[in-house]
Design a binder for this molecule. Structure first.
Ligand code: LLP
Length: 429
């Protein structure tokens, strides 16, 4: 038998080849496909814990609250796991708050971000007793003041400041430049803080900032920090006390050959700079999403057809842009691994889905040896995968399973086609 070279998964050691078959922890992916069908999101509990552990090292000995940016993956099983490990949550909607509560998360460790909070969402968050509202405009401050006053409550607020730094990432996921819709321009922040101080029903607790996502360099964080420290100085001079500084999320992961930032290295650098500037006592908050889940999950899919043509070889698989939107939306790279690598002729393949859009692709120009029916693993799909899935083309959304050693837990059932139009109605005849 000729031995076939196997690639190294980016999610190693939790995703690894054993005897030529890709496994998630102790479970072989072909077994999962046989039992649960495809496309299938597969997560590793040990990988989730290992990702958390990197933040736990940063927390050690510091006043640092890590609020999982749950928009990256809001499955209840994952929320519960992080809640048990001690995480707080960064939410952006009333829906996400409901998930935190359903998963047994602590509301007192929730920060509520987002530019468009509605009154009902503010009421729900006040009733739940969130740690703070990350407020993004003066108009939002006024609405929050009205809602809190009407409810007879006091809303803890932190203003999300836009420091106008370039996070050196994809334009669609950069948020801290002045042309982005997010946050309050740093020059306008002192005035907004004075408004927050003077409005009834508000209590200032923090300063917040999030500059973008998939950041792999330390310098944008430190550039932002320098600007935030300037703001802290101004607020101090105004007699406004700040309990915590929230430096946002954004730490990148390896999709291809990136070198991710270590949370501890970042936190140590931030804390050292704060100390040097006379803010040793300020608490820290972070809002990491992707770096806690991205490489703890993959999307398992099966080759339906191979379609050679003069220009290209296509592998048409059963997963599509409705399952994993990132390639279509951001031109994002995700590794593609053959679940059981085979010997034979390799070709450069575009891995595409069945959806009726030319933009429906998962990977381009990948050197693969394939046959119809082969299983493929789309890597790094734990973050912004299932949460961004849609039902376009009336495709039911995939199931999600979480592997723990040799145990497999179905953490979300496959959607049924009937459920897709269950809420629709026809006009009377
Ligand atoms: N905090 C705030 C205020 C955010 O807007 C985000 C992400 C996070 C925290 C978490 O950022 P992370 O640590 O995951 O980078 N769908 C895109 C990413 C959008 C990020 C949106 N905001 C993608 O698939 O790359």
């Amino acid at each position: 038998m000729t031995s076939v070279a196997v690639p190294t998964p980016v999610g190693a050691p939790f995703f690894a080849y054993r005897d030529g078959v890709l496994h998630v922890e102790d479970v072989a992916l072909p077994e999962l496909a046989a039992r649960h069908g495809s496309p299938l999101y597969v997560y590793s509990r040990a990988a989730l814990r290992a990702a958390w552990q990197r933040y736990a090292e940063a927390i050690e000995g510091r006043d640092l609250l890590v609020c999982y940016g749950m928009k990256a993956n809001s499955n209840l099983a994952i929320l519960r796991e992080f809640a048990r490990l001690g995480a707080g949550f960064d939410i952006v909607s009333g829906g996400e708050l409901a998930r935190v509560i359903a998963a047994g998360g602590e509301s007192g460790k929730v920060v509520f971000s987002g530019v468009g909070k509605q009154a009902w969402e503010m009421r729900a968050a006040l009733a739940a007793g969130v740690l703070c509202f990350n407020v993004e405009s003066q108009a939002e401050l006024r609405r929050l003041s009205d809602v809190a006053t009407a409810e007879g409550r006091v809303a803890p607020v932190s203003l999300r400041v836009n420091p106008d730094v370039d996070p050196k990432t994809h334009p669609y996921i950069s948020t801290g430049l002045k042309e982005n819709k997010f946050g309050i321009a740093i020059a306008d922040a002192p005035e907004a803080y004075r408004l927050a101080r003077d409005l009834p029903g508000l209590r200032i607790v923090g300063v917040d900032c999030h500059i973008g996502s998939q950041i792999t360099e330390m310098s944008p964080y430190l550039d932002a920090l320098d600007k935030l420290i300037g703001l802290l100085d101004t607020l101090r001079a105004d007699g406004i006390r700040i309990h915590h500084l929230d430096i946002g999320g954004g730490l990148g992961i390896r999709y291809q050959d990136e070198t991710p930032l270590a949370p501890k290295a970042l936190v140590d650098a931030v804390a050292a700079r704060l100390q040097a500037r006379g803010y040793a006592d300020i608490g820290l908050v972070m809002e990491p999403g992707r770096s806690l889940v991205g490489n703890a999950g993959l999307l398992l899919t099966q080759v339906e057809y191979l379609k050679p043509s003069d220009a290209k070889h296509f592998a048409i698989v059963d997963a599509a842009m409705n399952d994993l939107l990132r390639p279509t939306l951001y031109d994002a790279y995700h590794g593609v691994l053959p679940v059981v690598p085979r010997a034979g002729q390799t070709h450069l393949y575009d891995v595409v889905g069945p959806v009726c859009e030319s933009g429906d692709w998962l990977a381009k120009d990948r050197e693969l040896t394939l046959a119809q029916g082969d299983l493929l693993a789309i890597e790094s799909a734990g973050a912004y995968g299932m949460v961004m899935a849609s039902q376009y083309n009336t495709r039911a959304r995939a199931a999600e399973v979480l592997v723990d050693g040799h145990h497999v837990h179905v953490v979300r059932e496959r959607e049924t086609v009937a459920a897709l139009f269950a809420g629709e109605a026809m006009l009377p005849d």
